[in-house]
Ligand binder design. Structure first.
Ligand SMILES: [Cu+2]
Length: 123
């Protein structure tokens, strides 16, 4: 009897862990909108970066418009190391970061303290 209880709680625990790591991490990707010879995408900064993943076309100049609604000091800065960007984000005022994604790949970016993350996927 005890064995069954242990087994059942183990299964439940494993299920919970799997859900926590894989269920919650499902972030939707948003593709940048093409406008002439550039592409534009908006990221709302509010308790995190939304959307968490943006998809860009390789070789096309990109404007990432950060709209910071979160006043916490954490989001004062955004860092895109692969694109040489470290900049302050004004509060409640769209701020455009221009990058030129030349190579396909996945690039992480973060808040100034490296606590919150977002991802740029170049295809
Ligand atoms: Cu932070």
């Amino acid at each position: 009897m005890n064995k069954i209880i242990v087994l059942m709680s183990t299964v439940l625990l494993v299920g919970l862990i799997v859900w926590w790591f894989f269920g919650k991490r499902k972030v939707e990707a948003v593709t940048a909108t093409k406008q002439g010879d550039k592409q534009i995408v908006e990221i709302v900064v509010d308790g995190g970066y939304k959307p968490g993943v943006i998809e860009l076309e390789r070789g096309m100049p990109t404007e990432i418009v950060f709209i910071r609604k979160d006043a916490s000091a954490c989001f004062e800065e955004v860092v895109l190391p692969d694109f040489g960007v470290r900049t302050h984000l004004p509060l409640n005022k769209p701020y455009t970061v221009t990058i030129d994604p030349k190579e396909a790949g996945e690039y992480k970016y973060a808040c100034g303290m490296n606590m919150f993350f977002g991802k740029v996927v170049v295809k």
